[in-house]
Design a protein around this ligand. Structure first.
Ligand SMILES: CCC/C=C/C(=O)SCCNC(=O)CCNC(=O)[C@H](O)C(C)(C)COP(=O)([O-])OP(=O)([O-])OC[C@H]1O[C@@H](n2cnc3c(N)ncnc32)[C@H](O)[C@@H]1OP(=O)([O-])[O-]
Ligand SMILES: NC(=O)C1=CN([C@@H]2O[C@H](COP(=O)(O)OP(=O)(O)OC[C@H]3O[C@@H](n4cnc5c(N)ncnc54)[C@H](OP(=O)(O)O)[C@@H]3O)[C@@H](O)[C@H]2O)C=CC1
Length: 278
């Protein structure tokens, strides 16, 4: 679908690039010629993904980094820039779980806000500062959610964090446009991954896309990876401050959390207790 070498000579950092959609984007960017840096908290997950990509001849580095920690983010960016500047940052790392919002402790809310909002902000500010200092063009792609449009019951800290990162995307598109830095975003609908399924679709919650997706199916990882490749490439060089929705029409029908309104307090308590045991 794209010309070979679309992303040649691009150095791209993907946060949370060891698993799920991050790993899918990594594979596609590598096929299109990019060199990659993948970060996350689990070294073995990063290594496994990197080895698979290297076996196809791709240039992939991994850095263990918890994006909740601003000093760790700065150390990671210093390590990257010591070799060569990044061209693209992908804010993909995030966390969520379903819960009754009135029962969230401050620690539970922060467990979601810290990686999803603060992590994306630390990475964006760190990369942006270096691009501006070095007079280097750059692209920030953030993986958000349709909760930025509809809100979403029972994942309120995630909806808040994703909406804040959308505000950052629009604001910095203006502030950093004259510095040749573009900011774009994708709002994915359901793209099943082990992480999303574990956090959002416990036993007893329908996983049938026909119940909620107008197009009647979930998204394919290659579809998201192709959209991401286009948005970070020069082909999208006149797009900034925009979020592209890729959800088979789901958000036009509802937020996707309506079924949870029918859960009883007993069901919620059982879900919470189940999490405590696992
Ligand atoms: C919405 C659609 C768009 C987004 C999609 C995605 O993001 S898909 C991507 C999905 N991928 C990922 O999410 C990957 C990344 N995920 C993670 O890093 C972790 O799963 C975590 C940080 C979300 C939770 O870590 P953990 O379970 O080890 O938690 P912890 O030990 O760090 O505790 C912190 C606090 O949170 C509390 N608490 C926790 N669960 C629940 C609950 N169900 N109910 C109530 N509360 C809960 C816990 O009790 C504690 O508070 P306390 O008791 O001290 O007051
Ligand atoms: N899959 C879907 O249907 C949807 C996904 N999204 C978004 O897509 C993105 C990817 O999600 P998905 O692939 O499904 O889920 P995953 O759970 O596979 O991805 C989350 C990644 O983020 C990393 N991560 C989490 N916390 C941190 C942290 N503090 N520091 C560094 N890395 C961290 C994880 O690695 P580690 O644990 O090793 O740190 C993991 O690789 C997220 O932004 C999510 O919100 C949005 C809507 C729908």
């Amino acid at each position: 679908m794209f010309e070979a070498g679309l992303l040649a000579n691009r150095r791209i950092l993907i946060t949370g690039g060891g698993s799920g959609l991050g790993a899918a984007m990594a594979a596609r960017f590598a096929e299109l010629g990019a060199s990659l840096v993948l970060c996350g908290r689990r070294a073995e997950v990063l290594q496994e993904t990197a080895e698979q990509l290297r076996s196809h001849g791709s240039q992939v580095d991994t850095i263990v980094c918890d994006v909740r920690d601003p000093q760790a983010v700065e150390a990671m960016l210093d390590e990257i820039w010591r070799v060569a500047p990044l061209d693209v940052l992908v804010n993909n790392a995030a966390a969520t779980f379903i819960a009754q919002t009135e029962r969230l402790s401050a620690r539970a809310a922060d467990a979601i806000l810290a990686p999803t909002l603060h992590g994306a902000m630390y990475c964006t500010l760190g990369a942006g500062r270096r691009w501006i200092d070095g007079e280097h063009a750059g692209v920030v792609l953030s993986i958000l959610s349709t909760s930025t449009i509809t809100g979403r019951a029972f994942t309120v800290p995630s909806a808040m964090a994703k909406s804040a990162v959308l505000a950052m995307t629009k604001s910095l598109a203006v502030e950093w446009g004259p510095k040749q830095i573009r900011l774009v975003a994708i709002a994915p609908g359901a793209f099943p991954t082990a992480g999303a399924t574990a956090q959002l679709r416990p036993d007893g919650r329908s996983a049938d896309p026909a119940d909620r997706v107008p197009l009647g199916r979930v998204g394919r990882h290659d579809e998201l990876a192709n959209l991401a490749s286009f948005l970070i490439s020069d082909q999208a060089g006149y797009i900034t401050g925009e979020m592209v929705v890729q959800d088979g029409g789901t958000h036009l029908r509802g937020s996707g959390a309506e079924d949870l309104l029918r859960w009883s307090d007993q069901q919620w308590s059982a879900h919470r207790a189940g999490r405590a045991k696992s």
